[in-house]
Write a protein that binds this ligand. Structure first.
Ligand code: NAP
Length: 334
């Protein structure tokens, strides 16, 4: 009896078996300094805990976007107060647990999100997301393809539809049509009934056509302004000389929307056109709308490279070439 009592007491005092102990760490890719791709470190990091209005998402895959490596290299400032930092603005995964006030989701639900660009957190096994920033991933899509959508496709939608007001029967010139944002922009413009001109280099022209471009322009071999004339809308993802030459492509009253550089006010006046630059914003209703287009196969996400989370450095180096096709996605769960 005494031995039994002692064993029972020991069992109470001993730590919980490993599988029952709540995990406090996770694998993540963090930066501890700003710089080249080698500042990305695959390591153990604290696992976040959801606040009452948040959901803990087990990330299956995370999309790579140029903004990630622009932040990494310090293009938006080099504040040490944000370090160490987990980059990554778009994710797809399943819900691991919910904060006490969460109403619309439950553990196991498949979700996706454009994470707040000030917080990010996608290059990791887990991230906490406020319930109102989370949406349901399209059922028919796998996690890798879904993860390439939220930031890039919302940008394309908000540029063409919300900002430039692209309508059926109009014409649009889409620069960088083969990239992450560009390939969604071509498909969204086609879905809205526009005539689509798009630019890329020679080895991506077939891809532009496959995405639905009516006219594919090799920007190295042809002057795009000789081919795309009287456009209602130009979507600029390049800036600089490309933007400067794009004003001549627009008809009077046309619209130049840029996501990289504010349109020159003098040029807008000179050509009698309108223009704007904008920053993508979170919008779960628009994510639901994109999900419908994806389910209806009116929109596809082309993933050209799937890279394991531990190899995020390689994914950044690829993205930084500026000449990839479609999306690069980090795979977190195999
Ligand atoms: N403001 C915002 O909210 C916002 C949101 C998303 C993205 N962005 C910015 O928008 C830009 C595009 O983003 P992304 O994700 O689409 O980038 P991405 O996927 O890296 O774009 C790569 C594509 O750009 C094409 N390209 C490069 N130079 C070109 C040129 N001179 N003319 C035509 N195409 C060219 C390449 O085609 P080839 O290989 O055939 O040359 C390649 O397919 C980035 O600078 C990004 O930071 C801004």
């Amino acid at each position: 009896m005494r031995i039994h009592a002692m064993l029972a007491l020991l069992a109470l005092l001993s730590p919980l078996p490993a599988q029952d102990a709540p995990a406090t760490t996770m694998k993540a890719v963090r930066i501890h300094a700003y710089g080249k791709a080698d500042v990305l470190v695959y390591e153990d990091a604290p696992r976040p805990e959801p606040k009452p209005n948040e959901v803990l998402v087990k990330i299956h895959a995370a999309g790579i976007n140029p903004v990630d490596w622009k932040i990494r290299e310090g293009a938006f400032g080099k504040s040490k107060s944000f370090l160490p930092r987990i980059l990554g603005g778009e994710i797809a995964g399943t819900i691991a647990s919910c904060g006490a006030d969460v109403q619309s989701f439950k553990p196991g639900d498949e979700v996706w999100a454009l994470l707040s660009l000030t917080r990010m957190g996608g290059y990791a096994e887990f991230v906490c997301v406020p319930e109102k920033e989370l949406a349901r991933k399209p059922k028919s899509m796998d996690f890798v393809h879904a993860a390439g959508v939220p930031l890039a496709a919302l940008t394309a939608w908000q540029a063409l539809v919300d900002t430039a007001g692209l309508k059926e029967g109009q014409s649009v010139l889409i620069h960088a049509g083969a990239g992450g944002v560009g390939h969604f922009a071509i498909q969204i413009a086609k879905a809205r009934g526009a005539k689509v001109y798009a630019t890329a280099s020679a080895n991506h022209l077939e891809f532009l056509k496959r995405m639905g471009a009516d006219v594919a322009i090799d920007y190295k071999a042809q002057k795009f302004e000789d081919v795309a004339r009287d456009m209602d809308v130009v979507f600029d993802m390049i800036g600089g000389e490309t933007q400067a030459r794009s004003f001549a492509c627009l008809k009077k009253g046309g619209f130049l929307v840029s996501i990289v550089q504010p349109p020159d006010a003098k040029k807008l006046e000179e050509f009698g056109v309108k223009g704007a630059i904008f920053l993508v914003k979170q919008d779960v209703e628009e994510l639901d709308l994109l999900a419908k287009l994806l389910e209806a196969k009116q929109l596809v996400c082309e993933v050209s490279e799937t890279v394991p989370l531990a190899e995020a450095q390689r994914a950044h180096e690829l993205s930084e070439t500026g000449h990839t096709q479609g999306k690069i996605v980090l795979q977190v769960v195999k």
